[in-house]
Design a protein around this ligand. Sequence first.
Ligand code: IMP
Ligand code: MG
Length: 183
Amino acid sequence: MRVLISEAQIRDRVRELGTQLSREYAGRPLTILGVLTGSVVLLADLIRATAVPLRVALISASSYGGTRTSPGTLSVNSSLVPDLKGRDVVILDDIFDTGHTLVGMFDAVKAFEPKSVKSAVLLWKSDRTTVELIPDFYGFKIPDEFVVGYGLDYNDEFRHLPYIGIPDQDDLIAASGHGTPAS
Ligand code: IMP
Ligand code: MG
């Protein structure tokens, strides 16, 4: 698999993002809300790079009827979300592609009456973004390539890779063979 962003590059950039969040949210009641499942690797690293008191929470979203590259109808499950009233919230996801997932998340989170809501992602496919929203914090802008690793999956595989890679056809076929083929 071709490595697009190495483990060392990710480590350095996540540290910078932590510093950015630490400056922005010093003295404020921060909750970092990770979007399951893609954000979990970034979440674990970013919270340890952020030097302000903070809370961690999780939210999940699934997109039904979409394909690998185009989103379907988004269903947000906020049953795990704690009280966010009066808190500053950063919604954390692995990637900002078309932006539909993050838009759905903002709507769901606003119902909890937080003090503020911003978004942070590791990757931003800026050429594909079709919504008004842009991520407030992001690690890397990337071209329109399907990527996996560091939380990002294909057919739920590859999330554990420590780098961001571009899978070739053989990688995708191998991953599809381990379960239901992805659409
Ligand atoms: P959006 O709603 O189009 O912004 O897409 C966001 C979601 O699509 C992410 O949370 C990922 O689950 C998935 N996604 C988009 N691009 C990729 C990719 O290149 N690799 C793996 N997942 C992706
Ligand atoms: Mg995802």
